[in-house]
Design a protein around this ligand. Structure first.
Ligand SMILES: Cc1cc2nc3c(=O)[nH]c(=O)nc-3n(C[C@H](O)[C@H](O)[C@H](O)COP(=O)(O)OP(=O)(O)OC[C@H]3O[C@@H](n4cnc5c(N)ncnc54)[C@H](O)[C@@H]3O)c2cc1C
Length: 283
């Protein structure tokens, strides 16, 4: 018999909540996380009211930083648009605090939470799954992969593949017949060659066009799939500045990429040197 019923790899909100629920149901749960909590997690820190409800957290009783958000004012192209909700649509939290709080809650419910332990491998056997770490091998009949973007469980036991669905979302602002694209988000690195960005823009444009939108603005953020879209060029204000020496490699890479874009033949040569496939317009 194994010492744990379930091993959860990753103690972010996904892992800690799974562990909390399973421990509450009486299962012996082990949570392993590479980081030492409280840890920094880069995030805008917005949590919706629905997410809080799912987590069974009441804003008024949450003991750490939490700020409700119930109105949004956007000034765009000379117009002003205000959206106000009857109650808080979202809350601002600090992930360092929030994630630690959720993980401590799981531990208080009986989950065996161990941080500072990096999972280096996962091996599925007929009866159980072995989780390999620098501090030994752990086994349980069930392993939950909650290691975020580079989850070792997903890597070992199957990532998003060509046979699975791409999950993508396009966030934008619509004012009358005008649509401003703000941000795109998609899962599944192996799909990058088929450009989910372009696919979701096409689908969104078709749906919005049916609904009366006639002007689409893609000027926020300079991505390759937007340039390949054949849109009319407008001058972008695209500023990347280093706040410390650590940022300089990114700034220099950005400047080099911009310079290359002005010289298509040199850009094609650089892509070949880096072993990247040629862009469609280079063929
Ligand atoms: C810039 C940015 C802004 C965002 N803003 C928002 C927002 O405003 N609102 C929102 O809802 N979402 C936002 N998100 C998305 C949000 O951060 C993620 O959806 C969320 O963190 C996913 O939670 P998770 O528990 O699945 O994974 P994570 O929070 O990523 O946690 C994964 C955990 O697994 C651990 N781990 C990873 N690899 C290993 C390993 N090998 N061994 C052991 N442990 C490991 C990590 O240390 C980490 O603690 C943002 C994301 C980014 C990048």
């Amino acid at each position: 018999m194994t010492a744990h019923d379930v091993i959860v790899v990753g103690g972010g909100p996904g892992g800690s909540t799974a562990a909390w629920r399973l421990a509450r149901a009486g299962l012996r749960v082990l949570v392993l996380d590479a980081a030492v909590f409280p840890r920094v997690k880069i995030c805008a820190g917005w949590v919706t009211a629905e997410a809080l409800r799912d987590l069974e957290i009441t804003a008024e009783k949450y003991p750490l930083t939490i700020k409700p958000f119930d109105a949004c004012v956007i000034e765009f192209d000379g117009g002003r648009h205000e959206t106000a909700w009857r109650g808080p649509a979202s809350y601002g939290i600090i992930r360092r605090e929030f994630d630690h709080y959720l993980l401590e809650r799981a531990a208080a419910t009986g989950a065996d939470v161990r941080w500072g332990i990096r999972v280096t491998g996962v091996e599925a056997g007929p009866e159980s799954v072995a989780v390999l770490t620098g501090r030994g091998r752990f086994e349980a009949p069930i392993v939950i992969g909650a290691g975020g973007h580079h989850c070792p469980v997903a890597k070992a036991l199957g990532d998003v593949s060509e046979r699975e669905e791409v999950v993508a979302a396009l966030l934008g602002i619509r004012v009358g017949s005008h649509y401003l694209m703000v941000r795109i988000s998609n899962a599944g690195e192996k799909w990058s060659n088929c450009s989910p960005g372009r696919l979701i823009i096409e689908r969104t444009m078709a749906a919005l066009h049916k609904d009366g939108v006639r002007k689409f603005d893609f000027s926020v953020v300079n991505y390759a799939y937007k340039r390949r879209f054949g849109v009319a060029h407008i001058q972008l204000v695209d500023i990347l500045a280093a706040l410390s020496w650590r940022g300089w490699p990114y700034v220099l890479r950005d400047r080099a990429a911009r310079e290359l874009r002005r010289h298509p033949r040199l850009a094609a040569y650089a892509r070949r040197m880096l072993g990247r496939p040629p862009r469609r317009d280079e063929n």
